[in-house]
Write a protein that binds this ligand. Structure first.
Ligand code: R1P
Length: 341
């Protein structure tokens, strides 16, 4: 890996490899599954075409697939599924890692992309450990660090709204691609059973601990009433995890997202004019979706067993690949006049 970068704005090396994910043109498919855990990426890779399962030990990347492990902990595996090119990218944890992944992958892939996250999460709803949640939208939960500046928080107090603000802030909901969500729900229900698949809204938190309402006596977190605040903000809050919001947000703000294209090229409000000539050019969209396995039930305090992870993970992985190859790369949903209201 050549570490000499050619510019400071969007660093790439002489070969065109991105600075953190380490990928270059040709190494990534337009259809991508992203996970946190590299071990999950390797388990999923066993479902790709041409893998010699008998002679590929567990925890080993199948020899017939392209793989790249970056110096910053990203793992990319590319192959085909039912003949269609797909990639699996393990990114680690947190909002910054999702940002690195989406931007650097976008930079080296031509044309429209579909990105589906397969994560794990905590459940705030009735979804039990081992169940799978498919969020149609996500918001961001951030610790408001200013709240903790130069105030006396030695006593645990209720979340309030005095002049120092509230200890946690919640963003608006950004939506998943509706067709991806529908396809995932349909295929997951067929595979895992109606009762194990849940729809709702996800909350992406900037910490595993404080902004997910975990109690830690070593720090002043003022998060005792966080769950109630989340449900007040968004009554359909179903899950808590650490990446999905950034994926949905970047898909929405990508410069070829339908709404942004519309604003740029359609100042006169006539969507027909835009649709005519630009159908071929508008092909850099990112369609995003996600599903997550419940590892932690935050209300009952159950945690998933290793056996359940081993059972659910490869099954959900296969459903995502089936969904990925079933979905058209470029949706025209947002380009229909009035499609977004
Ligand atoms: C925390 O344990 C991690 O698990 C969840 C959270 O979002 C966070 O990244 O997702 P992954 O299993 O995909 O890493």
């Amino acid at each position: 890996f050549n570490m000499s970068m050619t510019n400071a704005n969007f660093p790439m090396d002489a070969e065109g490899r991105t600075y953190h994910v380490g990928v270059k043109h040709g190494e990534l498919a337009n259809r991508i599954v992203t996970v946190g855990d590299p071990a999950r990426a390797i388990i999923l890779s066993r479902s790709l075409d041409g893998v010699d399962l008998e002679n590929t030990p567990a925890k080993t990347i199948p020899a017939n697939l392209f793989s790249l492990s970056s110096h910053r902990g990203f793992l990319t595996i590319t192959g085909t599924y039912k003949g269609v090119p797909v990639s699996i990218v393990a990114i680690g944890m947190g909002i910054s890692m999702m940002d690195f992944f989406v931007r650097e992958c976008r930079a080296v892939v031509d044309g429209p992309m579909i990105i589906i996250r397969l994560g794990s999460c905590g459940s705030l709803s009735n979804a039990a450990v081992g169940d799978v949640c498919v969020p149609s939208g996500s918001y961001l939960v951030q610790r408001n660090v200013n709240y903790f500046a130069d105030h006396d928080h030695s006593s645990d107090e209720e979340i309030d709204s005095s002049d120092k603000g509230t200890p946690y802030s919640f963003s608006k909901v950004f939506k998943a691609d509706p067709e991806i969500t529908r396809t995932l729900v349909k295929n997951l229900k067929a595979q895992l059973g109606e009762n194990h698949i849940w729809s709702g809204i996800n909350a992406t938190a900037d910490s595993f601990y404080s902004s997910q309402g975990r109690q830690d006596e070593n720090f002043v977190d003022v998060n005792q009433t966080l769950f109630e605040e989340l449900l007040k903000h968004e009554p359909n809050t179903m899950t808590l995890e650490m990446e999905t919001f950034v994926l949905y947000h970047l898909a929405k703000t990508s410069t070829s997202a339908p709404l942004i294209r519309m604003n740029k090229s359609n100042g006169n409000g006539n969507s027909n004019g835009m649709e005519n000539g630009s159908k071929k050019k508008k092909s850099n969209s990112i369609r995003a979706g996600a599903c997550m396995m419940v590892f932690a039930q935050r209300i009952t305090n159950d945690f998933i067993t290793k056996e359940d992870i081993a059972r659910v993970e490869p099954m959900v992985g296969k459903v995502i690949f089936d969904s990925l190859v079933e979905l058209p790369l470029d949706s025209n949903d947002g380009l229909r006049p009035n499609a977004d209201g």
